[in-house]
Write a protein that binds this ligand. Structure first.
Ligand SMILES: [Zn+2]
Length: 272
């Protein structure tokens, strides 16, 4: 009885199965090809013939994108991307400290509706007071050659988020604009979002990867909402994240402190 393709219902003319068997001590016991048999009896014969093959070295798996960094392919070697290990949680000396990894500044929701007193969802004096410090952050990033990425609420007129919050940052409205003192310049990236996380349903991850960025510095509002959930999604994706506590703010001081603690203790964010 030969093998039949379950989709087209026709016999499979040719197939080769590459087997690698490991002994209990983890050493390679057998590696080779077996072909499907026409009957159960010949299958047993095939198996014996296969098993008699002397063990060959496992195939060489090239290092590089999605290759495994281990001598024994498929045995749990650490996954690497582009020949590098993904970022691990560790202490580090601050963004750009060793000049070996590229970072970007994410300016989160520094928009009229959140930061200006007349804004429809004004986050309070703490948010207004951020304009100067965030301007300094932007200048420092530009001076260091780091990309400046604006992550901006931009809602539909009837966005379901307005079931939870008053309408704000509707696309095309003045409230959705970055406050003038922090206005983006040519070359900056602007990523619109409709939910709390800058990564959810947006171009942010692709943009950062195209820029070669693996470290992020987050500033803006609100600490316990869009900053927190953007930080969480960044950490889930393997980015190193740093949040300067005096460059983020919330309408709720208690939630601000709670969110900073969650970021530091649970997400492994560097809160400075
Ligand atoms: Zn919103």
């Amino acid at each position: 009885m030969g093998l039949t393709d379950p989709v087209i219902g026709q016999p499979i003319a040719k197939a080769v199965v590459t087997l690698s068997l490991l002994s209990e001590d983890g050493k390679l016991a057998f590696w080779g090809d077996c072909r499907p048999a026409a009957s159960a009896a010949s299958a047993r014969g095939n198996w014996r013939r296969c098993a008699k093959k002397s063990a060959s070295p496992p195939p060489v798996v090239p290092r590089g994108r999605y290759a495994r960094n281990g001598a024994e392919a498929g045995r749990g070697g650490e996954q690497v991307r582009n020949g590098r290990k993904p970022p691990q949680r560790r202490e580090y000396q601050g963004l750009g400290g060793n000049g070996m990894e590229k970072w970007a500044l994410l300016v989160i929701d520094m928009l009229r509706d959140f930061v200006a007193e007349e804004g429809s969802l004004y986050c309070g004096p703490g948010a207004s007071a951020l304009v100067g410090p965030v301007a300094a952050e932007i200048e420092a990033a530009r001076a260091a050659g780091a990309p400046v990425v604006y992550v901006c609420d931009r809602h539909l007129p009837d966005d379901p988020e307005f079931n939870m919050f008053p309408p704000h940052c509707v696309a095309g409205s003045p409230g959705a604009e970055v406050v003038p003192a922090l206005a983006p310049r040519p070359g900056d990236r602007v990523i619109p979002k409709r939910r709390f996380s800058g990564f959810f349903g947006t171009d942010l991850d692709l943009t950062l990867r195209e820029l070669g960025v693996d470290r992020l510095r987050l500033v803006g509002v609100c600490t316990n909402i869009c900053v927190l959930y953007t930080a969480a999604d960044a950490r889930m994706r393997g980015y190193e994240v740093e949040v300067p506590r005096d460059k983020v703010a919330s309408f709720d001081p208690g939630a601000h402190e709670w969110a900073l603690q969650q970021m530091e203790k649970v997400l492994g964010v560097r809160v400075r």
